[in-house]
Design a protein around this ligand. Structure first.
Ligand SMILES: Nc1ncnc2c1ncn2[C@@H]1O[C@H](COP(=O)(O)OP(=O)(O)OP(=O)(O)O)[C@@H](O)[C@H]1O
Ligand SMILES: [Mg+2]
Length: 92
C-alpha cells in the first residue's frame, strides 16, 4: 500500500482565560491510499481539533499546534504556512 498521510506526535492547545487546554496530545497515525480510517472517542477527546490541526484550520489565537509533523503525499504540510499552500494551489 502506498502511504498518503502520516501524522507524527501531533499536539495542539488552546490558551483560555482559565489556562491552557491541551486538546490534542501526541497523536500519531497514518493512512494509505485507498484506506479509510475512523476516529473514535468520547466527546471532547480531541477528534475534531486533531483533524483541524492536520489541515491547519484551528483558530490561532487561541489555538496553536505545539509539536508534530503532518506529511501528505511526501510534503511536510506544517513546514509551510496556510498561505503558502494556497499559493501552491493557485499556481497549479
Ligand atoms: N476554541 C477553543 N477554545 C478552547 N478549547 C477548545 C476550543 N475548541 C476545542 N476546545 C477543547 O479542545 C478539546 C477537544 O475538543 P474536540 O472538539 O476536538 O473534541 P471532539 O472529540 O471532536 O468532541 P465531539 O465528539 O463532541 O465532537 C475539548 O476539551 C474542547 O473543549
Ligand atoms: Mg468533534
Amino acid at each position: 500500500m502506498e502511504r498518503l498521510l502520516t501524522v507524527r506526535n501531533l499536539s495542539a492547545e488552546f490558551r483560555t482565560e482559565r489556562g491552557i487546554v491541551r486538546a490534542v496530545n501526541n497523536v500519531s497515525y497514518h493512512v494509505d491510499k485507498g484506506e479509510i480510517i475512523g476516529l473514535v472517542g468520547e466527546s471532547g477527546c480531541g477528534k475534531s481539533v486533531s483533524q483541524l490541526s492536520v489541515m491547519q484550520l484551528i483558530p490561532n489565537p487561541p489555538g496553536r499546534i505545539v509539536s508534530g509533523s503532518v506529511e501528505f503525499e511526501g510534503a511536510d504540510l506544517l513546514k509551510y504556512g496556510r498561505e503558502s499552500k494556497l499559493n501552491t494551489t493557485q499556481q497549479l
